[in-house]
Structures are given as structure tokens and as C-alpha cells.
Design a protein around this ligand. Structure first.
Ligand SMILES: Cc1cc2nc3c(=O)[nH]c(=O)nc-3n(C[C@H](O)[C@H](O)[C@H](O)COP(=O)(O)OP(=O)(O)OC[C@H]3O[C@@H](n4cnc5c(N)ncnc54)[C@H](O)[C@@H]3O)c2cc1C
Length: 429
């Protein structure tokens, strides 16, 4: 009898489980933490719902948005969808126009503030020219080299392309894969107008998808078990024995939706998977630090999300404009850098000072919380190879943002990988 075990209740695992439950396939999700969501989860602090990291979705995240709509009855109010606006404090502003694609961005670029005319044309050339080769490079190279090949000015690199690379790939442009960057440009800035929309969550990331997904799965006969760490997965006759909390249960299929640095603990013991384990072992990682500052009075950013090209902060989010959380600002510092040496107190102080300079005199925060995700994403480097979802072991699949995808480590890569694993399991019954 088919019964699928999904190990890991992040976005990948929950997408797999929803896809199976939709087809009424018995499914059990094991999640080690009390909270669903993994690297996109709620963090409670002083009675305030924060996220472990502020996330940006885009309109091109078709599968993530589809599943949120499917399981979350409050999806319409849970997401704020904004036409693309790239606002770099006091330096640059690009706003997509309400015109059909590609005019929405071409005219937007022609009217962008902070660039001279030749830079505007240069940006359009960089955006449009790769279409000739269907956005495929003969050989991967770094984003920095690609920008040089397309003769992008220093200002364009600084205010637009490098921040976009770090936001999308969480990898410094000097080592980031130009091919993956082009994939992102193809599906966001070179596609339908809505694909370049920014989509921001108005509720925390556990409540956005994994929690309503768990309720949805339960209504279809599946189960989602939290605080249930899997300690062993053993191939047995006709399936797999999964051990959690000292109890063993047998399943016909396993979808392993664990983060890459944790999945190998299960793969290395299985001979058929040892090569796969070696490939995953070679992945490297990039951090993201999120700094939350609670001010005593309302603090207004000029927009719900604001970019910076100088100082520590890459993005700042005004949670009052997003979620109604008065005086709460979240700042994102992506990828590796000198900031990693700063202690949490010092980092929060510097972020406060930068915001203070940017938006006017700010009061001293009531509290601050720094959340560091050392392995936020894999490093999306030149020529990276990612393991496929199907493995050499029958009925054993890998889901997760690090598995084969056109996309960098992201919610959409995670969700698509989960759906793919569910489809493979459905096809192998
Ligand atoms: C700070 C931060 C900011 C980010 N910003 C963005 C963004 O703006 N846009 C975007 O698209 N993406 C962003 N990402 C990336 C995105 O969050 C990830 O790509 C995605 O959440 C990965 O999902 P996943 O399901 O593949 O893995 P995970 O979320 O890591 O899920 C794996 C799950 O497995 C569980 N687990 C581990 N071991 C066991 C075990 N033994 N038994 C049972 N369960 C176990 C974990 O607790 C976890 O819940 C960001 C990530 C971080 C960390």
C-alpha cells in the first residue's frame, strides 16, 4: 500500500505533502522543530511574531503562490503585491509602468531616476540582449564578468545589478553563477508584467503556507507531526523504515526534504546513495543576518521595502506598512562579508545608526533581535551542479532548494522540488 513519508516540514516538504494529499495519497510529514517552515518560519520574540528572515517573493513564483492560494483561505489579505519598484535610498529609483510587457520595464528603465541616458540604454541592452540566445550561456561565468561583458557602468552595477544578484542568489557577484542570474532575469524582468511584481507577506512565514497546509493535509487524511525528529531511514523489503522518537514505521516512499547540510546523515549509510552524498558534501553555504529593531514610536520608511547600497543593510522592511506592527523595522544583510565578525549588539547598533541617518532622527530602540542563519542558502557559484530529485534508490527522493532547479535557493525552488518529488512518487505507484 502506498504511504509516503515526507521528512522535513519546510516549504519543500509541505509542497510535496500538499500535492500528495490533493490526490488523496496517504502522507505523513515529520518535522523536527515545534514550528513548521524551516528556513522560512515564525520566530516569537516578546509577544511579537517575527520571521527568522525577511523574505521577498516575486510574481514569477507561480507554484509557491498557487499553493498558498490553494491552502490558505486568507491568501488575498496575506500577501501584498506591488508592481516592481527598485528604490535605492537617495540614489536610484526604478518603477515598472502600468503597460504591457516588455514596455512596463523598458519605459520604466528609460524614466529611471539616478541614471544618465546612456546608462538607461545600457541597462535595457543587458536585459534584452540575452533573449537572442534564450538566456543560455555557452559556458557559465560570474555575474561580475557578465556585467563587464555587457559594458554595464559602475553606477548600474552598484545600484541595480549587484544588489539584484545578492537579493536573488544570496551570493556575491564575483563568484555568483551568471547562468542562474540570467534564469532569474528571464522569468521575472523578461516575462509577463505580473512576473516582476514584488510579493511581500503580511503575516509571518509559518502562517503564510506551512501551517494552513498542515490543516489542509489533515482534512484530506494525511498527518503532519511536529517536534518529531527522524533519526534513521532504512531501506527494508517493500519500502523504508523511518525512525522517530524511538518508534519505527514503514513507508512505501520517502521524500527527504531536509536542508542539504543535514540530509547526508541519512544518505551516507545507504550504498546506492554514497555518490550523491559526496556531491552534496561539496556544496558551500552563504549566510543571511536579519536585524529586528522595535522602536517606541511609529517609524516610517518611504516604502514598505527600501534598498541600500552603502553601509551594512541591503534591505529594510517597514513592518507597520506590511503587517501593522507599529515601530517594527526589519533589516536584511545578505551573503558573506565583514559584518560577520561583528557581535550581535554591535551589528544592531550599526543598523540602527544607518537607519537613523537614512530616515531622520530615530529614538533608541526598545529592543533588538539579531537572527543569524549561517547556512541560509547554498552558495550559487559558477558552474554549480545540483542533485536531481530522483535518486538511484527506487522510491526515495530528494526535495529542497538545493536540488536541481533553474532557480537559486529560494521558496520557489523548494516548492517546485517538493511538487516534483510528489509527482515522481505518484508515477511510481
Ligand atoms: C534569512 C533567510 C532569508 C531568505 N530570503 C529569501 C527570500 O527573500 N526569497 C526566497 O525566495 N527565499 C529566501 N530564502 C531561502 C528560502 O527560505 C529557502 O530556500 C527555503 O525556505 C528552503 O526550504 P526547504 O524546504 O528546501 O528547506 P528548509 O526550510 O531548511 O526545511 C527543512 C526542514 O527539515 C527539518 N529537519 C531537519 N532535520 C530533520 C530531521 N532529522 N527530522 C525531521 N525534520 C528535520 C528542519 O527543521 C526544516 O524545517 C531565505 C532564507 C533565509 C534563511
Amino acid at each position: 500500500m502506498t504511504h509516503v513519508a515526507v521528512i522535513g516540514g519546510g516549504y519543500a516538504g509541505m509542497a510535496a505533502a500538499v500535492t500528495l494529499a490533493e490526490r488523496r495519497i496517504p502522507v505523513t510529514v515529520f518535522e523536527a522543530a515545534k514550528q513548521l517552515g524551516g528556513r522560512a518560519r515564525r520566530v516569537e520574540h516578546r509577544d511579537t511574531a517575527l520571521d527568522n528572515g525577511l523574505h521577498i517573493l516575486i510574481g514569477a513564483y507561480r507554484e509557491t503562490l498557487r499553493l498558498i492560494r490553494l491552502v490558505n483561505p486568507a491568501h488575498a489579505s496575506a500577501l501584498l503585491r506591488l508592481p516592481l519598484e527598485w528604490n535605492v535610498h537617495r540614489e536610484f529609483r526604478l518603477a515598472a509602468m502600468r503597460l504591457p510587457a516588455p514596455l512596463h520595464l523598458l519605459i520604466g528603465l528609460l524614466r529611471a531616476q539616478g541614471l544618465d541616458f546612456s546608462e538607461r540604454l545600457g541597462a535595457i541592452r543587458f536585459l534584452r540582449a540575452p533573449r537572442k540566445h534564450n538566456f543560455a550561456l555557452p559556458q557559465d561565468l560570474s555575474v561580475e564578468l557578465l556585467l563587464t561583458q555587457y559594458e554595464q557602468s559602475e553606477k548600474l552595477k552598484r545600484v541595480l545589478w549587484r544588489p539584484l544578484c545578492v537579493a536573488a542568489l544570496n551570493t556575491p557577484p564575483g563568484i555568483a553563477s551568471a547562468q542562474v542570474f540570467l534564469n532569474v532575469l528571464r522569468d521575472s524582468l523578461n516575462a509577463a508584467r505580473g512576473d516582476s511584481d514584488l510579493v511581500l507577506a503580511r503575516i509571518d512565514l509559518s502562517a503564510l503556507f506551512p501551517e494552513p497546509a498542515a490543516a489542509w493535509i489533515a482534512r484530506r487524511g494525511g498527518s503532519v507531526l511536529t517536534a518529531r525528529r527522524v533519526t534513521a531511514i532504512d531501506p527494508v523489503e517493500n519500502g523504508f523504515a523511518v525512525e522517530a522518537d524511538g518508534q519505527r514505521q514503514t513507508f512505501s516512499h520517502v521524500i527527504c526534504a531536509l536542508p542539504p547540510h543535514q540530509v547526508n546523515a541519512f544518505l551516507i549509510g545507504i550504498t546506492a546513495l554514497s555518490e550523491l552524498a559526496a556531491a552534496i558534501e561539496r556544496l558551500q553555504y552563504q549566510p543571511i543576518r536579519s536585524v529586528w529593531l522595535q522602536y517606541p514610536a511609529p517609524v516610517k520608511l518611504p516604502s514598505p521595502m527600501l534598498g541600500f547600497t552603502q553601509g551594512l543593510i541591503h534591505w529594510a522592511f517597514d513592518r507597520e506598512q506590511l503587517c501593522g506592527q507599529r515601530g517594527l523595522i526589519g533589516a536584511v544583510i545578505s551573503a558573506e562579508g565583514a559584518h560577520e565578525d561583528l557581535a550581535q549588539e554591535e551589528l544592531a547598533q550599526r543598523v540602527h545608526q544607518q537607519l537613523d541617518r537614512a530616515v531622520g532622527t530615530l529614538p533608541v530602540p526598545l529592543w533588538q533581535r539579531v537572527i543569524t542563519e549561517k547556512r541560509a542558502t547554498f552558495a550559487c557559484t559558477v558552474g554549480i551542479t545540483r542533485p536531481p530529485q530522483a535518486t538511484p534508490l527506487r522510491n526515495f527522493y530528494l526535495a529542497g532548494d538545493y536540488t536541481a532547479s533553474d532557480y537559486p535557493a529560494s521558496l520557489e525552488a523548494a516548492v517546485r522540488s517538493g511538487i516534483r518529488c510528489a509527482e515522481l512518487a505518484l508515477a511510481s505507484r
